[in-house]
Design a protein around this ligand. Sequence first.
Ligand code: FPP
Length: 267
Amino acid sequence: MQARVPAGLDRKEAEIYQRLDPERLPKHIAIIMDGNGRWARKRHLPRVAGHRAGVTSVRYVVECASRIGIPSLTLYAFSEENWKRRPKAEVDFLMKLLSRYLKQEVPTLHKNNVRLQYIGRLRELPVFVQEKMEWAREETSRNTGMVLTLALNYSARSELVDAFQSMLKAAANNGGIEHLTIDEETVSRHLYTSHLPDPDLVIRTSGEMRLSNFLLWQLAYAEIYVTPTLWPEFRGVHLLEGIADYQKRDRRYGGLNDSQSARALRS
Ligand code: FPP
């Protein structure tokens, strides 16, 4: 039986969607958006033109993901390292671009019932960006559909350091360090992503085979999908192709699949 195609998908998206099992869509997709600079270089344009084109991809992907009912989408927009290693003019441009995106995009987020969240060391961002972020978060806070989380000034190692600090502080406020018990559940609760399930699928564009300090704890059992497509060219069809590939995987979480278990029982 063919899956009913959600409203709003274009013909090519609908074609791929019909090959998917709607019961086994990932609950959380994380994306490392890469290749803006290379996209611009190929066209003899400045790098910032690639970032501007990347915003259009963000819009398409957010709409497609929410239309097909993905509960959570997390986008790696700026790493902590981006601040330190890129020219100030590029970082300034990215900040203005983000601020403009937040202002312009709220109506589209509402239309798609999307709720906005952020992860990262947000207090280190320029105040004008923090204000716009808070405004957009508050504006979308009553939406009940997909949670769109933007990773901004984000580093997975810093997140773990902050989680350990937060656990110590919580213990100090709760009878002292001798009451501190640490297990996986405690660590997860103190991460920036405490509002999210762990990603089932991580997508990286532009062909690089790296995690680049992104969600290192949370991606422990995620399926990895790398596409050569550069981020400014990434659209809903590419997202759906990634999901189709994910659905072919055999997720075992360190155990055996059903046929292996049956064989193991027989032997
Ligand atoms: C990586 O490409 C991309 C970034 C560092 C920035 C990502 C930003 C956007 C997609 C636009 C803004 C986002 C939002 C949510 C408004 P790169 O510059 O590292 O590309 P390269 O590896 O080809 O040089």
